[in-house]
Design a protein around this ligand. Structure first.
Ligand code: NDP
Ligand code: 8X3
Length: 250
């Protein structure tokens, strides 16, 4: 029997890439992201058949065109991992950049909606599927200067709950995974390529790795059909909340 199909957005780095590597033994994957060359490298390393879709989740037409370009068999998606997203900037609200605000709301919220819509028609028709939204501790708490990023992840939290309600009669599982601090390219993007600033975020404590989160996604996917993990907060042991991190200052 053919293995199920999982579509992962944001598979070019961090959590999405680690998840692709981990679950490729059990799923045929559709790996997505803007950096096509990285997707090609990843594809060569995956254990199973895969498809590449390179598009910007902000671009509604590109999302639907990409989905339409899939061979018919590959449109029967069993699992959607809505992972693409980032923070852009870390500023007080009155000092924030409107470009950063647009990026976060367009990518983290509207991008997630467009991809979900493209995949959901098929899931609803087949009365089967599992959506995992990668939210954040920032979807549960707000921290100083987190304003719009936190708002975008609070929106993801609301969408997860709303999806679970609306899709309930169609037997579609909807889960949210809310990581704390994970060392990926996230802070590089947040601080616009300032590596020194980015690496400071993960200094003097042990952050989560992308693989830690991937293992959690694998666990959520592995539950039997009658079990849905609704919402799962995963933290580094050194982190107690968005702002309480036990840093060992030397
Ligand atoms: P990375 O920066 O390593 O990965 C982000 C991924 O999102 C990349 O593959 C990137 O691909 C993709 N992406 C970003 N913008 C777009 C876009 N416009 N269109 C298509 N794809 C896009 O960060 P993480 O792995 O850490 O982030 C993954 C998710 O986890 C995000 O939703 C993030 O908010 C969330 N998260 C991260 C935490 C952390 O501390 N790292 C903690 C909690 C949640 P490409 O650039 O090639 O398009
Ligand atoms: C990413 C974690 O704390 O930088 O969602 O918001 S945090």
């Amino acid at each position: 029997m053919n293995q199920p199909i999982a579509l992962i957005t944001g598979a070019t780095s961090g959590i999405g890439e680690a998840t692709a590597r981990l679950i490729s033994k059990n799923y045929r994957l559709i790996i997505c992201g803007r950096r096509k060359q990285r997707l090609e490298v990843l594809q060569n390393e995956l254990e199973n058949e895969s498809q590449i879709l390179s598009f910007d989740v902000r671009d509604r037409k590109a999302v639907f065109d990409a989905f339409a370009s899939l061979p018919e068999e590959w449109k029967q998606i069993d699992v959607l991992i809505n992972n693409a997203g980032n923070a852009h900037g870390l500023d007080l609200i009155h000092e924030g950049s409107t470009e950063d605000w647009d990026a976060m709301l367009d990518i983290n919220v509207k991008g997630l909606l467009y991809v979900s819509k493209a995949v959901l028609d098929g899931m609803v028709a087949r009365k089967k599927g599992h959506i995992i939204n990668i939210s954040s501790i920032a979807g549960l708490e707000v921290y100083t200067k987190g304003n719009v990023y936190c708002a975008s992840k609070h929106a993801v939290d609301a969408l997860t709950k709303g999806m679970r309600m609306d899709l309930n009669e169609h037997h579609i599982k909807v889960s949210s995974i809310d990581p704390g601090l994970v060392e990926t390219e996230f802070s590089e993007v947040r601080f616009k390529g300032d590596s020194e600033k980015a690496s400071k975020v993960y200094e003097n404590f042990t952050p989560l790795t992308a693989h830690d989160v991937a293992e959690t996604i694998e666990f959520v996917l592995s539950r039997p059909q009658h079990v849905t993990i609704g919402d799962l907060l995963i933290l580094p042991t050194d982190q107690a909340s968005s702002t309480i991190v036990n840093k060992k200052i030397q």
